[in-house]
Every structure is written in C-alpha cells, then in structure tokens.
Design a protein around this ligand. Sequence first.
Ligand code: PMP
Length: 287
Amino acid sequence: EAQTTTWTFLDGEWHEGNVAIAGPRTHAMWLGSSVFDGARWFEGVAPDLDRHCERVNASARALGLDAMKPAEEIVALTWEGLKKFDGKTAVYIRPMYWAEHGGYMSVPADPASTRFCLCLYEAPMISPSGFSIGVSRFRRPTYETMPTNAKAGCLYPNNGRAILDAKARGFDNALVLDMLGNVAETGTSNIFMVRDGQVFTPAPNGTFLSGITRARVMKLLSDAGMPVVEKSLSVQDFLDADEIFSTGNHSKVVPVTRIEDRALQPGPVAKKARDLYWEWAHSTPAA
Ligand code: PMP
C-alpha cells in the first residue's frame, strides 16, 4: 500500500509518517491484542465521529484493555490532527488501542500496558458504481469462538481469507454467512437488500459488526418513510432481491451489481440512502 500523508498521535505528540509503534516483544504483534475503529473526513465533515470514538473504547474494554482516552478527547484530538491536512483528499481516521505486555503465561493482555494511538492518513473516498459478491465458504465466528463484540484486529484474517477466496473466484468481495448459514455481512461492510419495495438487513446476532453506517442508514431511511426490517436472511433471499447494497464507513453506501451469477442494477433505494447520507452529513455541524 502506498504511504500517503500520515500523522499519528502517540504518547502526547503528533508524528509524521508511519511512525514505529511496536517492537518484537509487543503483545499485540505477537498475540493479537489490538482494537481499532475507522471513521472518515471528507468534504469537511466527519460523520458519526463521536460514535466511532465511543466504539473504539467499547472494543478496548471487550478485549480487557484499558480504554484510557475518553471518547470526547479522541474526537478533539482528531480535529486537532485534521488541521495538518489540506482537505483535498479524504482522510481515514483510525484510533487504536493495543497491549504492550501479556499477563498470565503471556496470553491475556496486561491492561496496565495498554497503549493508544490515533492515526490519520489520506485515503480518497471512492464511489464505485457497484461491486460483485460471491458467497464465501468461510463463516463469521460466534462470540463463543472469537471476541466478536470488539472491532479487533484478530478478527480480520478471517475476512481477509474470505475476500482472497472471493477474488480468486472472480468477485470483488465476499458475502460471509454466520455459523447457522444466514447472511451476515461482506468482508468489509454491512449488507442490505430490497424486495418488493421493502428494505431488509440481517438482524444482529453477535457474529458480525453491527456497523455505525448501518445504524445511520437505517435511521435515515426510516425517517424518510422506508423502515428497514432486521431479520434472518438466507442466501436465497439475496439471490431473489430486487436490489442489494452495502454500508460502511469507508465508502458509505455502495450498490452490489452481481451476486454469484446473478447481475443486478444499482437501484433507487441505494441511491436514496446515499443521497440521504450526504445530505445529513453536510447538515450536521462539525463536532
Ligand atoms: N463489517 C466489517 C467487517 C467492517 O470491517 C466494517 C467497517 N468498519 C463494517 C462492517 C461497517 O461498519 P461501520 O459502518 O461501523 O464502519
């Protein structure tokens, strides 16, 4: 990945570039004790930044780390750091906590060794006309098998292999199911479908990330008279859908234009959701 302009707040100071944060004995490098969140700054706005900063603290606590930076402080630090960017290119906002040392036999993280950084880097907003998804043979873990209540780095190799496998089959992304075989999410985003004018999205069951963009889009559609039904949805439901789209902080709302061998057109609900999102994002004062 090309290293675009990057600023990181670490140990009380801003550092330019891909500053070193780990050593060979860092617990997070060795045993995966890291959590993060991802928000965006584009066109002068950072939608739901407060929620992303609250969620990174919840993720830290879920992994037994010390969420030592109040969310409001992370928000304020973000706005301070964003002054270092010219705003021509969108910025990815990534707060992160990790453990430096382990506890009992090194395995659990030692919360007293928790570290924090806030990494900001230029990453253009892409608005693809659509993307394709293939049903993955890999599944989302349950809470019993992985800390699915945290946005933790250790969950992502599973998404990575699902995406690589989907790409090898000619798709852009993976449609990942839960352990019961119901649709959960893509490798990088939440998923919605429309059938006969009704909008649906998988009901959260502890296996997939119940996204902040997902919640925002549900609220915006509902306020516009299009309530979204949360329920268990099968692959067949998606194959029979009139429209499919995904939500996530990175690219917000994007239509799915192929699922397995079925082609779909970008539809009116995805367009409406995207328009509503932009309208709302620009009508909310910067936090
Ligand atoms: N699912 C996964 C696996 C993700 O990585 C993301 C992006 N953070 C999402 C869903 C979307 O979540 P959010 O809208 O909170 O960014």
